[in-house]
Design a protein around this ligand. Structure first.
Ligand code: PSU
Ligand code: MN
Length: 303
């Protein structure tokens, strides 16, 4: 086992016994939602995973230790500290470990730590991708590179249109990452069920998802796969409402010269601010929906 990694006793026991385990990220807690909804949601997501037959492993860096499985207190701490906690992507782990510092893990780093711990599936809300205007800024999330090189299945609700969804799909294709639609042929756009872009494959059951993942492992590929699960109909937002908020958030980010790792958290917070609680409620519901699917798929993978 990696010398910097701590697996919680509950997660360790489940892994040793071959029981299903689902990894969860922590940037969504610190940077993705406001306190106290972030903490409530993180705990509810863990509970949902348990109710669906798997053990949750929320991942973060605490005091320079890579943690797979957090205590309630650690989740509360990350949620309260919010955007003052370091957002940790792949390039940040060496510094956090060397300095014994804390970090909330993005999709990329959660995949790295999940894989180190022996967890092969991970549930989240949205992934990072190719930003709009990336042909000039070169702002492409490290999440995409991680999907290309780390063998973890990531279950998300697609990507927000703060990103260029077309370019994100092109990038994933180049990198050999299969994009799977759960019960859909269309890539979901996080708050809405449709984006106008097609996925590579439609899959309709956890069994089938497990089969795809096993085949990928059997082929000896090094990368992972992306499962996109549309937000339940009753929680989806009006396209016009969310598009207007995103356009406004993008314009403000440009005006204020926001760049680098600040871009995504800035846009996420702005969108919540502009749409009141509505987008936050949608966000919570889609994460719970992804947790259910990931837990059921983890159970298939453990068979
Ligand atoms: N998109 C969301 N919610 C999030 C994130 C993205 O809808 O919470 C977070 C995830 O942790 C993701 C990270 O991995 O932002 C991507 O950041 P960047 O674009 O800087 O790579
Ligand atoms: Mn970026």
């Amino acid at each position: 086992m990696n010398t910097y990694l701590d697996i919680s006793p509950e997660v360790k026991k489940a892994l040793d016994e071959g029981k299903p385990v689902v990894a969860l990220e922590s940037t969504i807690i610190s940077h993705g939602m406001p306190y106290p909804k972030n903490v409530e949601t993180a705990l509810l997501v863990e509970q949902t995973i348990r109710e669906n037959g798997a053990v949750p492993a929320t991942i973060a860096v605490i005091g320079g230790r890579l943690k797979a499985g957090l205590s309630r207190e650690e989740i509360e701490y990350l949620g309260k500290t919010g955007r003052s906690v370091a957002k940790a992507s792949r390039r940040d782990l060496p510094a956090l470990v060397a300095r014994k510092a804390d970090g909330a893990t993005t999709v990329a780093t959660t995949m790295i730590i999940a894989h180190m711990a022996g967890i092969n599936i991970f549930a989240t809300g949205g992934i990072g991708g190719v930003h709009r205007g990336a042909e000039v800024t070169m702002d492409i999330s490290a999440d995409l590179e991680e999907l290309a090189q780390t063998p973890v299945m990531v279950v998300c609700a697609g990507a927000k249109s703060i990103l260029d969804l077309g370019l994100t799909l092109e990038y994933l294709e180049t990198k050999g990452v299969p994009v799977i639609g759960y019960g859909t042929e269309e890539l979901p756009a996080f708050y809405t069920r449709r984006s106008g872009f097609g996925v590579d494959y439609r899959v309709d059951s956890p069994e089938e998802l497990a089969g795809f993942f096993r085949a990928q492992r059997g082929l000896g590929y090094k990368g992972g796969m992306l499962v996109t699960n549309p937000i339940p109909e009753q929680y989806a937002m009006e396209k016009e409402v969310i598009d207007a908020a995103i356009e406004k958030a993008l314009a403000e980010a440009k005006e204020q010269g926001i760049h680098g790792k600040e871009t995504t958290p800035f846009l996420l917070a702005k969108v919540v601010e502009l749409t009141g609680g509505e987008s936050l409620e949608s966000n919570i519901q889609l994460v719970l929906n992804n947790a259910r699917l990931a837990a059921r798929t983890a159970a298939e993978l453990a068979k």
